[in-house]
Every structure is written in structure tokens, then in C-alpha cells.
Design a protein around this ligand. Structure first.
Ligand code: ATP
Length: 360
């Protein structure tokens, strides 16, 4: 996938700005606060329906404006041109894709694939399980046609069951929702297990290159209930009294998680800050590789401030490998990451200044 044009209106510090990145490596330079991250954030917003720096209503709309607009043009892997635009007020949104209104953001997200690594990405490893579930589900969303319907069915039945638990429900009312939830949940879990199995070798290949000093890794998937011992239906029945007391469903695929263990380390608390970032980056790049394997094209890869996140050696290693894939890279920095030169890569360079983006 290749982004060819991005236009921002009333997005963070930008009143209006336009950027036309090239294929391959793109580097956006600028002072602190110039708006470099905002450019990546805008593309990410179109591709994920959310920013990697919180919700739209938490500051993406320029101060004093009612709404922001983002418009993008790109080519997919078959060289077909696409365009999409979104207006977002923080509470409501409207969007168009290739000239048609879209009913759900999922339509937009399915069309524009972008993976992002930014200074907050260590949260993928050290933050809450929600990040890691969303991460697994992103790949499924893009490569598994059944996923979205299964996920929606599961989420709907979970909402219904939770609402019912807060009333004084009759046994048979709960039975009906337990059946529905268990069926969708088992299917969702099966997709996730299959996804983890396919992702594992790609992740391990990245780790062999970026964190060899930690020894052989192990990827552990946690389904969200004691799946080895009981089906989800049995688990829901067994937990019913507890769930009634709590007023929500305490276990199931909505509690799924994963972690990486290393033979040379007792637990993820043993990782240094830099190692945590390298693990998050390995996860992100192997996720992009899995997408590429399933779709025959690479997603857009956004690396925000890589130069301050990784040392020169690690940067060079990662960038050399990415250069071989032909993926489009959108990078930012206050100065050029030293790893670019070390890897012998000359990116297209842009400068952000006074709310404008131009060639350097
Ligand atoms: N809602 C908003 N309205 C107006 N200006 C905003 C809003 N949100 C952020 N800004 C401003 O926009 C800029 C955001 O810049 P951004 O984080 O993209 O910069 P950056 O170039 O990546 O900076 P750094 O190098 O410090 O990470 C900052 O100057 C910030 O004050």
C-alpha cells in the first residue's frame, strides 16, 4: 500500500496542511511540537478509526474548531487508486471511501492498512491486555473474512448478557444468551489461536534479529477462561453466580491476552525499557509481515521518532530489513535517525514548519 496524498484540516496544530509522500522511505523532520507525529496520527486515524495517542475528543480537533477533516489518497497492492475522507467532531463522524458514504468505520479500516510504532508503543507489552487483544484482532480483521461478523456477534451477546446480569433474570433467559455467547466466543477464540500460531514464527524471526541476547522466546496465548479444562459454555454456567453478583461476565474471550517469555528472563518485568520497546517493535513488524503474507502487499509502516527510541545498531538492522520488503515507510524525527545512514538508505525528506509540510 502506498499513501500518495494526505490533507489535514483543523487537525491538532494544523489549520490546513497537505503532504505528498513518495514510495519507499519518507522522513519528516521538524522541531519539537512542529506537527510531525500529527501527520502519522492522521493516517493512523483513517486506518484504525482511532489515534495511537488517545481518543479524537481528547485533543485531535484543533482548539476552537468544531471538527477535523482528514483526506487521503493511496494505491493498494494491485495499483488501484483509492481515496477516503473523514470528518470527526470528537463525538460524531462521517466518512467517504472512493466517493461513497461509509456506514461503519470498519469499511474505511479494511481499505487502508497502517501499522504504527511510536514512543507510546511499549504499552503493547507493559500496558493493559486490551492493547494486546486489539493488536491480535487487527491482523484477523484484515486477513480473516469471518472475523468481523464473529467479533460483532460475540460483542453483541456479551453486551446483552451483561445487561441481563444487572436485572433479576430468569434462568432460561440467561441460558439463551450463554448459548449464543459461547458459540460466538468459541469461534472467536479459534480464530485467535489460529492467528497466534501463524504469527509466532514471524515474531520469533524478528526477535532472533533484534533481541537474540534474551535466548529462545515463547509466545503464550491466554484465551480468557480455563479453556484447557472446560468449554466456554460450561465456564459461563459455572461462573453464573459470580457473574450475577458482579453484574458482568468475568471471564471469556473479552479477557484474552498474550505474552512473550524468554528463556533467559524470569518475566516481562525483567525487560529493560529499551528491550520492551524492541519487543513491541518486533511484534509490530511481524504483524506487518503477517499482513503481507495474507494479502500479498505490505501495510503502510509508520515509525514515529525511531531515532530516539532505538540505538543506531538496532535502527540500522530494522531499516535494512524493511528496505528489502518494498513497504512504504513514514518516519519522523527532529533529526535524521542515524540508522538510516548506517543502513545506506536515502529517504525522501520533508520538513514541517509553521503548520506547513514541504520538501526539505
Ligand atoms: N487540539 C489542538 N489544537 C491546536 N494545537 C494542538 C492541538 N493538539 C496539539 N496541538 C499542537 O500541535 C503540535 C503537535 O505536534 P506533534 O505532537 O505532532 O509534534 P511533533 O513534531 O511530533 O513533536 P515532538 O518532536 O515534540 O514529538 C504541538 O505544537 C501542540 O501544541
Amino acid at each position: 500500500m502506498q499513501l500518495t496524498r494526505l490533507r489535514l484540516d483543523r487537525f491538532r496544530g494544523f489549520e490546513q496542511a497537505e503532504w505528498r509522500p513518495g514510495p519507499g522511505f519518507n522522513l519528516v523532520l521538524g522541531e519539537n511540537g512542529a506537527g510531525k507525529t500529527s501527520l502519522l496520527e492522521a493516517v493512523h486515524l483513517l486506518g484504525h478509526g482511532r489515534s495511537f495517542r488517545g481518543r479524537v475528543r481528547d485533543g485531535l480537533v484543533r482548539h476552537g474548531s468544531p471538527s477535523l477533516e482528514v483526506y487521503a489518497e493511496w494505491f493498494d497492492g494491485q495499483q488501484r487508486a483509492h481515496r477516503a475522507g473523514m470528518r470527526h467532531s470528537g463525538s460524531s463522524w462521517e466518512a467517504r471511501l472512493d466517493g461513497e458514504s461509509v456506514a461503519t468505520l470498519a469499511e474505511l479500516c479494511a481499505a487502508l492498512a497502517i501499522v504504527s510504532f511510536d514512543p507510546g508503543s511499549h504499552e503493547l507489552i507493559s500496558g493493559g491486555a486490551e492493547h494486546r487483544r486489539r493488536f491480535l484482532d487487527w491482523t484477523l480483521f484484515h486477513v480473516e473474512p469471518d472475523f468481523l461478523e464473529t467479533w460483532r456477534r460475540f460483542s453483541r451477546s456479551l453486551r446483552q448478557r451483561n445487561a441481563l446480569l444487572k436485572t433479576q433474570p430468569q434462568e432460561r433467559q440467561l441460558d439463551a444468551w450463554d448459548d449464543e455467547l459461547a458459540e460466538a466466543g468459541e469461534r472467536l477464540n479459534a480464530l485467535r489461536e489460529q492467528q497466534v500460531a501463524q504469527w509466532e514464527p514471524l515474531l520469533f524471526a524478528e526477535l532472533a534479529s533484534s533481541l537474540p541476547e534474551l535466548g529462545p522466546p515463547r509466545l503464550v496465548f491466554i484465551p480468557g477462561w480455563r479453556r484447557q479444562e472446560r468449554s466456554l459454555r460450561v465456564s459461563l454456567a459455572a461462573g453464573r453466580e459470580r457473574d450475577l453478583a458482579l453484574g458482568y461476565t468475568a471471564s471469556g474471550p473479552h479477557r484474552a491476552d498474550w505474552r512473550v517469555e524468554f528463556e533467559g528472563l524470569p518475566g516481562r518485568d525483567g525487560l529493560s525499557r529499551g528491550q520492551t520497546k524492541l519487543l513491541a517493535l518486533a511484534a509490530t513488524l511481524s504483524q506487518a509481515a503477517q499482513f503481507a503474507g495474507g494479502r500479498d502487499e505490505w501495510p503502510i509502516i509508520a515509525l514515529d521518532d525511531l531515532g530516539s527510541e532505538l540505538d543506531r545498531e538496532h535502527q540500522a538492522r530494522v531499516l535494512s530489513r524493511l528496505a528489502a520488503t518494498g513497504a512504504q515507510l513514514l518516519m519522523t524525527g527532529t533529526e535524521a535517525p542515524t540508522g538510516l545512514e548506517a543502513a545506506g538508505i536515502s529517504p525522501a525528506v520533508f520538513h514541517v514548519e509553521h503548520g506547513r509540510v514541504g520538501p526539505a
